[in-house]
Design a protein around this ligand. Sequence first.
Ligand code: PMP
Length: 390
Amino acid sequence: MSKSLLAKRATQLLGSVIDSSTSLLQKQSHDIVRFAMGSPAAEAIPDFEPLAAKVLGAEAFDYAATEGDPGLRDALLEMLDGTSDRTVPERLTITAGGMQGLDIFGKLFIDPGDLVIVESPTYTNGSATALSYGAELAEVGVDADGMIIDELIEVVDRAGRAPKAIYVIPSFQNPSGTTLSLERRQRLIELARRWGSMIIDDDPYGLLRFGGDDIGSLRSLSDGDPLVFAVRTFSKIIAPGLRVGWVDTAPQHQQLIINAKQAMDTCTNLPGQRLVAAFLAEGGLDQHLRTQRERYRERRTAMQTALADQFGSRATWTDPDGGFFLWVTIPGVDTQRLFAAALAEGVAYIPGPAFSPTGRYPDALRLCFASTPPDRIVEGVARLRRALDA
Ligand code: PMP
């Protein structure tokens, strides 16, 4: 097909290095310790077979209401009652995972040329979604307390215009593992109000805290301010293959979100919604989360210990209180070049530049500790060290 037939926006679709690693690794036939994808532990995926037998009758394969299956909406409202994300039906729309929530945000709020601020490093599938709607991106650094708000102010001053949106992953950030502090959350909300900017509050990992004290979500700290667009997903807390998530937004946006979905996928797949609803209705989520938090804490610590044993002072890494990821910096090492040697040794990760729209962080890499048992983590980190020494 002639390239000239393509819409301009097709050239704004970048593809995802992160997602491509799934198919890359599927093609490898040798043993690989997989620190690349941000997947939950295989042992953490609930046994859906008995639930499927109960809830997947023929009617579960019909079209569903665009805003979400009533059974899932009720179960989700009840689940959220116990969290800082407590909400009401008029704010809730079920989506096909967190990615669809991000896409709907772009569709409703981003015009070509709008300035969108992203963390640096960031989850580039999110920034790529903004780019696909023609956003101009500006990166703001992240430290141990999340997005550096003083730098945000400088970047906006330099841009000379208010951002349309500020995209943040406030808890156990992907990829750095760091958490936006309470004080910075409050400052961010104040600034967004002053500038009239939206905040995309993308928080897939908030319920997976295994250390430190809970901080209210941006959504709750802003008291349901229409400027905050909260994107959530069951991918990390239950299972990513379900492709079920939700957005929580001001009620005046709900109909537009439904309209956007009706021009996109009609409704979120009903069998997935029914399985999540059944899992929640059986009351297993609390225990499930307690088990996962314990598991992920153990794996985080195993990975940090292995890194200290293998790399000592040659590398530094973050100290997350939850979530899935460690961000490792190995000064002087090109982690994109190292990748081939690592794969040959039998270990996979995502190189740092994949987490910056401008390819920063050549000497960093993201490791997912969540999906690998501790003994394999030790083996994987030893392989990484061998790759480095090769
Ligand atoms: N946002 C962030 C920060 C994520 O880490 C992910 C998943 N890696 C998503 C959004 C997308 O979630 P989902 O798989 O539910 O689309």
